[in-house]
Design a protein. Structure first.
Length: 266
């Protein structure tokens, strides 16, 4: 009986010693880690000439101080690669997520697939636009196909034509509710033209049979807007064009019916 009591007591003492030892080792490790971190901070600070706030003062040759920072300016990098969503992969991901009951992931993948389709259509429309308009050549670097959402919300296709004499013709195909509202307001107006200070500033017209609105201001030149469906329109900006007739002739270079068909507009 005494031997059992002795064994139990010994086990209890060993357990207590083990727990205390582990606690002591843990504290030692923590202190060692803190000491190492402090040493590393001092080493880094010494190399960069900065204090704990990443800024510091160092003496100059004239007895003054100069401030150094640890924020170098970027001198390299290739930017972001334009990678539209992979339609087929996103549809596969949507089906997989749906079967697994991950409906949020399925919805996101479907949205990405739709966005990918929109951007593909936008690229197709862009390629259909003329290479040259009224002697002005397209600017490859200005070509744009962008979308701020999915479901034809904010799809924009843009191409610019320019020459050395600062003559610019910009074509924009867009799904833009604000632009559509403004143009429809002009078209719904019973008046044919509007004058400001005796000068005509806008009027209704037609381009290839489509109702349109043409505007003119001295600061920005001509602007010709043509709705081509329920939600899409084409806007041409003409800078340093001599006459309204010259602007209309430039717009007639565009296949409005083809663009409307590609966008799926009725």
């Amino acid at each position: 009986m005494k031997s059992k009591i002795l064994l139990v007591s010994t086990a209890a003492i060993l357990l207590a010693f083990s727990v205390n030892a582990q606690g002591l080792v843990g504290k030692l490790k923590q202190k060692a880690s803190q000491a190492a971190e402090n040493a590393l901070d001092k080493k880094v600070s010494g190399k960069t000439g900065t204090n704990d706030q990443n800024t510091g003062n160092t003496g100059d040759n004239n007895g003054g101080t100069t401030t150094q920072t640890n924020n170098p300016g970027n001198r390299t990098g290739g930017g972001l690669v334009s990678t539209p969503p992979d339609v087929k992969q996103n549809l596969t991901d949507a089906e997989t997520a749906y079967k697994a009951g991950s409906y949020g992931e399925a919805r996101y993948a479907v949205q990405q697939a739709m966005l990918g389709v929109e951007l593909e259509i936008g690229q197709k429309v862009l390629k259909s636009l003329p290479e040259e308009v009224s002697g002005l050549k397209k600017q490859d670097q200005a070509d744009q196909v962008t979308s701020t959402g999915w479901g034809w919300a904010g799809l924009t296709i843009q191409r610019e034509y320019i020459n050395d004499q600062d003559k610019l013709f910009r074509a924009t195909v867009a799904n833009n509710s604000a632009w559509m509202s403004s143009v429809n307001m002009y078209l719904a107006n019973s008046g044919y033209a509007q004058q400001t200070n005796g000068q005509q500033s806008w009027k209704q017209t037609k381009v290839k049979g489509y109702k349109a609105v043409i505007e003119y201001t001295e600061g920005s030149g001509y602007k010709l807007s043509v709705p081509i469906g329920q939600s899409s329109l084409i806007v041409w900006d003409a800078v340093n064009f001599a006459t309204e007739q010259e602007v209309m002739a430039a717009a007639n270079n565009f296949d409005i019916d083809g663009i409307k068909k590609m966008l799926g507009e009725q």
